[in-house]
Structure formats: structure tokens, C-alpha cells
Write a protein that binds this ligand. Structure first.
Ligand code: ADP
Ligand code: ZN
Ligand code: ZN
Length: 816
């Protein structure tokens, strides 16, 4: 008898055993996919983990349905990496696989398929089975795998679907993310009729009576004589100090011709031979220090202030790795950031770049997967958010983790709750690849590791091109209120600086870490404020839609006219969000364009990319937004950054709140003054003497680090202790409490005082589920593996207690 162990994408156990015949056993290898039956009627695609003879498990095994691959789709290294993830993050291999593979690789009974497009040109080339499915889908817009089984009148249908997917006849349902194509730019050139010297001379003569138009032409000649690049209408207009109307009339007369091109394209073809930028002295020094550091350390942290030119250093490293024919993984915290980066890297590396993201279409992802697996040159460099570390690399030479401090590298839901930075380090180890992490505000964990000489550490302290760090000033708004120097939420100082910046034609960014109009509506008569019926949280007022909204579950209702409790029409709002700032801005600066960047305004397709583009194009004078603003964007013309209120960041109940505030504030500040003129940052606060704000104001990362480090030591938090959070949820409060208390007590038997809680989080009920957390702290000298094993044992006993069977339990290792 021959058996195989298969990893199924479910959270039950690590592998499941099936029996196969001798030929199948000879053919199958680890990393190939098989379709297998599960339970009464389910079907899953699984990954072969092991093939062996004569070792039947205690239960009766089933046969597999079908073999789906000719060669392994998954490498041994990947399996090794994923086993580490499953064990470290306390989940099953199947859960990792579900996160790792594009949905199209994992067809199962729940999968819904539909036609990829209305028509298919090569109908005649479809096999009988393929055609039957194709035809059925013409009548029914979508089908379940089980429907297809009855249509084809057999069990083994996965392979047929696989082929249809490959031929792009069908697609599987999921939400897609399409990459944004930047909008077209308007260019002008001299009409062909006037390119001869004679005609041109004549033209200029006739235009002597239209001096403004003549001026525009002369400017155009001046620009093109210096530089052969296409001339944008906007540039021409600015340089010749004219109006759109003058240019328009030149176009109408046929003297100028307008044309439209995508910006990236122009830059790309215009500079396809772009040489890698020559590093300046500081960069060159950092570059060689990184290389020296790599001789001793696998991981090196590049601590470089905002706009110090870290990216150009990455570029040089990438160039060297490519020369040795190895692959490069470039990880970013946010895929929306890639638009700026990709155009930059394409200039240097052209077609060797692939972008990977879990929300890309199935076909795109499958294509990148295969290219990486086959080591194609198109996928030499992969840029991606956290899921890109699941790709089948076989020869990684370098992993870059940009903005390594970003919390969004940690996946919260669903399992595996992995930290992409930490998982990438393990991946790098498996490949013997070098890892470079970069940040202007490194995480305490990474900086600690560097201090301990576990990682190399390289500094870059100056901005590129002698640009000064912005000047950061704290504004005491308690004082301003007392002296009646506030207009709405703006201090007189902020308003003055804003007016000046606008007069200098500089743009402004305003940061407020809360969306909506105001987070609390309160009746001034009885003091009651409307709450979400499903969650223990106040409803946020959104003025634009005249709605009250819950930011936890999405519940919304029309704004009230009178108090629900006492009926008085004395509703007032408390606190403020981005929407309120935007409203105030429009009244304060009616002649300037304002815009808002937060979850509410970036939901639409490409809305985020469009906002960035508009800001880049200087179509927006003032942008107000949440922390989305802080994520590594590179703008040229921001003269002023205003933080509306730093206090709610600092008061957030989390042991990382202070570190996080420092990072956020310094990162938003870093958007200011990236060109010659020194940028300015104003931070409004009720607590100007708060340590963190003082440290932000003088860009004192080291000071922040020392102090926070000390506090973490005192209060037993990372990097000195590891943490595991266990979250309990149930609709029944009592049951949830009993369960969490039982679990906490059980852990205490062995882990003693290092178990905290159970304790409800700040919002203790979400979507009608009551929540409580237990936190386990693990000292560095205590075995992590043994602690997890113990935790798993407790969990196993817990799940066997009938009374707790409905309680949902989530384990979050290294919780954020
Ligand atoms: P960081 O990633 O540290 O924030 P960037 O790499 O974005 O900084 O660099 C900031 C700006 O300086 C960018 O516009 C970049 O093009 C420019 N820059 C950096 N290094 C060089 C260089 N060696 N030569 C020319 N321009 C550079
Ligand atoms: Zn009331
Ligand atoms: Zn809610």
C-alpha cells in the first residue's frame, strides 16, 4: 500500500493521509497538487507533503480524486518556510497555504466559477468536457464545483477547470485590484509646417502683432534647445508666464500641435538608458558600510532620515545582485505605494520587474508565480506587499524591507497572523540571502537587534542634496484657547504659516488621525451619546452624508435631529476628524483647492492613486488626511505640514503607542521640504512638554529609543519579552467571560505572573460579540517552543469543554 500526506487549506490539522496506487506514488512528489475528497461531499485541492509505503494511519484512508500537476508547483524551501510559519504563528500549514497560493491554484467545492468573458474565439479547440462547462456557463452566470460535477456526470472535474482557467475561458470569483494607469499628460510641439527655418521666420514676423503668442513660441524654442524632451503644456505655460487661452489660440491656429502621452511612458522611453544615479558621498559611504556589514551579518538595518536617498542605495544593491543572476524581493508595507516606486525602478531595470499583490487578478498572480518558479528574467525583481514572500523563489540573493517599522507588515486577519518582516528574515536565511531593512524611524525591535549586534547597522543622517530636515515646532493649543487665538481647530500660528506657504505657492499637508466629522455626538441636556447597537462604541458623525457611522462594524443611520433619550434638540459634537478639518478649511481658504485622504475618500477604484497624482501635479493646495499620509510618499512641493492634534495618538492604550506616535509624527513631518527650501512642521498639542513630542521636535530617534527601551524593560514588553495575545469572542457575555477566565487560570498554572488578563479591550463588543484578551509574556530565557506547546495543550483541553464550544478563540503571536 502507498500513501501520501496532503496539506489541505483548512485549519484542522497539519496533514491528511490518502492512499494512492503504485504508479501514482512513483509519479507524485512533494509540492504537487492533488484533488481529494473530504468529509461527506467536499472536495479540496491539497499539496503533497510526503509519499511513502506501508505505513497506514489508524484510520481508513480514502483515494485521491486526481493529480493536478506534472511537476511541483511549490518548492521544498517554501514548504520549509511555511512549516516555520505554521509553528511560529501557531496555525496549520493549511492556513498558510490558503494565504500563500492564488485562489486559482486551490479549486475546491466552494469555489464559484464564471465565464471570463462573453465570448471565446477558439471554441472548436475545447475538449468535450471543457465545452460542456463553457456551454453551461452561457446559461447560468456562475456555477459551483458540485454543479459541474453533475453536468459532467463525474467526480473528477478539477483538471478540466484548471485547463479552462489556463485558457482564460473561466475565472474564479474574488475581488480584484487593478493596477492604476497614470492619466495622460498634455504636450505641445511646433506644427510640422513650421519646422523649416524659412516658414518659421515668416511665422514669427506675422506674430509680431501678437506679442503674447510670440513670447510663448520663443519660450518653447528656448526649452527645446536646451533639452530634447517633450514639452508639457503646463511647463510651457508656466515658463512663458502666460494663460491657457494664449496656448489654446496657438493650437487653434495650427501653429502648435497638442498630443497626449502617459507620463511614465515618456519618462521611460525618454530615459530608457537611464544610468543608475551616482551616489553622493554619504550614500557611497553607507553603501560600502552595508556591504561590509553583510560580510558579517545576514541582516542589516539602514537607519536613514526621510529623503536621505535610501532608495538609490537599494538600487545599487539590486544591481549587484542581478549581476550574480540571483532574485530580489523588494517588500513595501502598502501596494498603493508601488506606483511611485515602480516607475522609478523601471528606469533602471526595465522589464525585469514584477509586481505581486494578493488583490491582483488570478491570472496576473499565476503568471508572476510561474515566472518566479521558472526563474524567468521578467521576475528577477519582485516588488510586493507582504504576501509576496510566499512566491516560489529558488535563488533569492537580496530581500529589501522598506519602511520596516510599518505595523501593516503584520497580518491581523485571517490566520496566519504573520509579521512579513520577521518571516522575510527566516526566508532570507533559507536562501542564504542578504536582508536590508530600511527606515527613518526603525522599530524598537529591529534597533534593539542592531544594538545587540544581531543585525548590522548603518546610518544616513543627512537628506540628499543638502536639503535640510524640516523645522518642527510645537504649538500649545491649551494656551491658544486660553488666549482665544484659535479659529475652529486652527491656531493663529498654524493659520499664519499656512497663509505664507500658500502665498509662496507651496502645498500643505494636514494630519489628523481620525476620520469622519466628529467621533462623538452628545446631548448637552442629558449627556447621552448615540452608540452602535452592535458594538460598544459611540457612533461617528459624518457630515457629508448626514450619517452616524460605526467604524467597527459599518452600521450607519441618519443623523439624529433630537436626542433619542430625552428628546431635546440639543445635540452637540465632541472631538473632530478629517472631515471637520476639511469643512473648516473650505471656509478659511475658499480660494484654494483642498482634498481629503482617508478611508472614506480612498475607497473607490484608484481613488488613492488619483489623490497622490493630483497632489504631485500640484492640483491640490491643501491635503488633509489620516496616517495614510505617513507612508513613504515622495512629493516635491510640500512646504508645510500641520498636525492638528497629537494628543489622541499619544493616549492610545497600547504599549507601542509612544513608539508609534513618534514614527507617525516624524514620518508625516518627513513629507515637508524635500527640495531646496527648508520645510516647516507645526504640531498642535495640549501637552507640548510630552517627552515624545519633544523628541519629535528635534528628530531625536536615539533619545526616543533609549527611553522607550527602558520602559519596555521595566514593564516587560518586547524586545525583552515576547508576547502572545489570546482573544476570546462570544455573543454571550457570561460564557465568554467564563471561557477566558478558565483559559487564563489554566495558563497561570505554569506561566505564573506572565499571564495578564483576561481583560476587555477598549471596544469590548464588536458585531455583537463580546471580547476579552489574555496576554502571555515570554521572557527571553524561557523556551518559546515549550511555551507554545503548553499553550496548545491548554487550547486542546479547552476545545473539548462542551460549555465553551461556541467561544471563538484566536491566537496572535507577537501581537500588534
Ligand atoms: P528616502 O528613500 O531615503 O526617503 P529617496 O531615495 O526617495 O529618499 O531620495 C530622495 C530624493 O533624492 C529623491 O527624489 C531621489 O530621486 C533623490 N536622490 C537620492 N539620491 C540621489 C542621487 N544619488 N542622485 C540624484 N538624486 C538622488
Ligand atoms: Zn438628551
Ligand atoms: Zn458597530
Amino acid at each position: 500500500m502507498y500513501f501520501i500526506d496532503v496539506i489541505l487549506p483548512i485549519p484542522l490539522k497539519q496533514t491528511f493521509t490518502y492512499n494512492v496506487n503504485k504508479d501514482e506514488a512513483a509519479f507524485l512528489k512533494q509540492g504537487m497538487r492533488v484533488a481529494v475528497p473530504f468529509g461527506k461531499s467536499k472536495l479540496y485541492t491539497g499539496i503533497v507533503y510526503a509519499v511513502y509505503k506501508d505505513r497506514p494511519p489508524a484510520y481508513e484512508t480514502k483515494e485521491i480524486d486526481q493529480i493536478l500537476d506534472e511537476t511541483p508547483l511549490i518548492t521544498a524551501l517554501q514548504i520549509q518556510h511555511w512549516e516555520w510559519m505554521a509553528s511560529y504563528y501557531m496555525c496549520t500549514l493549511g492556513e498558510v497555504i490558503r494565504a500563500a497560493l492564488p485562489g486559482a491554484f486551490l479549486l475546491e467545492s466552494e469555489t464559484i466559477v464564471s465565464l471570463a468573458s462573453e465570448t471565446y474565439e477558439h471554441e472548436s479547440e475545447l475538449s468535450n468536457d471543457e465545452f460542456l462547462v463553457f456551454e453551461a456557463l452561457q446559461h447560468q452566470s456562475s456555477l459551483h464545483i458540485n454543479d459541474i460535477r453533475s453536468i459532467l456526470d463525474r467526480k473528477n472535474v478539477v483538471k478540466v477547470l484548471q485547463q479552462l482557467l489556463q485558457k482564460a475561458v473561466i475565472s474564479v470569483q474574488e475581488t480584484l485590484y487593478e493596477q492604476y494607469t497614470p492619466k495622460l499628460k498634455r504636450y505641445v510641439k511646433l506644427a510640422v509646417a513650421y519646422t523649416s527655418e524659412e516658414n518659421l521666420k515668416e511665422l514669427l514676423d506675422t506674430l509680431s502683432r501678437a506679442p503674447k503668442q510670440r513670447e510663448v513660441l520663443m519660450t518653447l524654442f528656448m526649452i527645446t534647445s536646451q533639452d530634447k524632451k517633450p514639452v508639457e503644456v503646463k511647463t510651457l505655460q508656466k515658463k512663458s508666464n502666460t494663460t491657457p487661452a494664449v496656448i489654446k489660440s496657438l493650437i487653434e491656429k495650427g501653429i502648435l500641435e497638442e498630443y497626449f502621452v502617459q507620463k511614465d511612458r515618456v519618462e521611460y522611453t525618454g530615459e530608457s538608458d537611464a544610468d543608475i544615479k551616482k551616489l553622493n558621498e554619504a550614500q557611497e559611504k553607507a553603501f560600502s558600510e552595508i556591504k561590509t556589514s553583510f560580510e558579517k551579518h545576514q541582516v542589516t538595518l539602514l537607519h536613514g532620515v526621510t529623503s536621505s536617498g535610501k532608495t538609490e542605495i537599494y538600487v545599487r544593491l539590486i544591481e549587484e545582485v542581478l549581476a550574480s543572476e540571483r532574485q530580489v524581493l523588494y517588500m513595501l508595507p502598502e501596494i498603493a505605494l508601488t506606483t511611485q516606486l515602480i516607475s522609478r525602478l523601471q528606469l533602471y531595470f526595465g522589464e525585469q520587474i514584477s509586481v505581486y499583490h494578493s488583490k491582483y487578478s488570478v491570472n496576473e498572480r499565476v503568471e508572476v508565480w510561474n515566472n518566479v518558479l521558472e526563474g524567468k528574467s521578467k521576475a528577477r525583481i519582485v516588488i510586493g506587499a507582504r504576501s509576496s514572500l510566499f512566491l516560489p523563489f529558488h535563488n533569492l540573493g537580496l530581500i529589501i524591507i522598506d519602511e520596516e517599522h510599518e505595523p501593516s507588515f503584520k497580518q491581523y486577519n485571517p490566520s496566519p497572523r504573520y509579521h512579513a518582516r520577521d518571516s522575510a528574515i527566516v526566508l532570507g536565511n533559507l536562501h542564504k540571502a542578504k536582508i536590508l531593512m530600511g527606515s527613518a524611524t526603525p522599530s524598537l525591535e529591529s534597533y534593539h537587534n542592531a544594538e545587540q549586534d544581531k543585525y548590522g547597522l548603518v546610518h544616513l543622517k543627512k537628506r540628499f542634496g543638502n536639503v535640510l530636515m524640516p523645522e518642527i515646532e510645537l504649538v500649545d493649543i491649551k494656551e491658544k484657547h486660553r488666549k482665544k487665538r484659535m479659529k475652529g481647530h486652527f491656531s493663529d500660528q498654524l493659520l499664519e504659516e499656512m497663509t505664507e506657504a500658500l502665498a509662496n505657492k507651496e502645498q500643505i499637508i494636514l494630519f489628523q488621525n481620525r476620520r469622519g466629522f466628529s467621533p462623538v455626538v452628545e446631548c448637552t441636556t442629558c449627556g447621552i451619546s448615540p452608540q452602535c447597537p452592535n458594538c460598544d462604541v459611540s457612533l461617528t458623525y459624518h457630515q457629508y452624508k448626514k450619517e452616524l457611522r460605526c467604524h467597527y462594524c459599518g452600521y450607519h443611520m441618519a443623523m439624529l435631529i433630537s436626542c433619542m433619550a430625552c428628546g431635546s434638540e440639543t445635540l452637540d459634537t465632541k472631538g473632530f476628524g478629517t472631515e471637520q478639518i476639511e469643512t473648516e478649511l473650505k471656509a478659511l481658504f475658499p480660494n484654494h483647492t483642498t482634498a481629503r485622504m482617508d478611508q472614506d475618500t480612498t475607497r473607490g477604484k484608484h481613488a488613492y492613486a488619483k489623490l497622490i497624482e493630483r497632489l504631485d501635479e500640484q492640483e491640490i493646495d491643501i491635503l488633509v488626511g489620516t496616517q495614510m499620509l505617513a507612508k513613504g510618499l515622495d512629493f516635491r512641493n510640500i512646504g508645510l505640514v500641520g498636525v492638528m492634534n497629537a494628543d489622541n495618538l499619544l493616549n492610545f492604550p497600547d504599549f507601542r503607542a509612544h513608539e508609534r506616535s513618534f514614527q507617525l509624527l516624524l514620518q508625516v513631518s518627513g513629507r515637508a521640504g524635500r527640495t531646496q527650501k527648508r520645510g516647516k512642521v507645526l504640531i498642535q498639542t495640549y501637552n507640548p512638554y510630552h517627552q515624545i513630542l519633544q523628541q519629535v521636535s528635534v528628530n531625536d530617534y536615539e533619545g526616543m529609543y533609549k527611553q522607550q527601551h527602558e520602559e519596555r524593560y521595566q514593564y516587560k514588553y518586547p524586545p525583552f519579552y515576547r508576547t502572545i495575545k489570546i482573544i476570546f469572542k462570544d455573543r454571550n457575555l457570561q460564557k465568554m467571560q467564563n471561557a477566558s477566565v478558565w483559559f487564563g487560570r489554566a495558563l497561570e498554572i505554569k506561566l505564573k505572573e506572565n499571564v495578564l488578563g483576561p481583560e476587555p479591550p477598549p471596544v469590548a463588543r464588536v458585531r455583537n460579540q463580546y471580547i476579552s484578551n489574555v496576554l502571555v509574556k515570554i521572557p527571553k530565557k524561557q523556551s518559546l517552543a515549550k511555551t507554545k506547546e503548553y499553550l496548545n495543550n491548554v487550547k486542546r483541553t479547552f476545545t473539548s469543554i462542551k460549555e465553551f464550544s461556541t467561544v471563538k478563540i484566536t491566537i496572535d503571536v507577537d501581537n500588534y
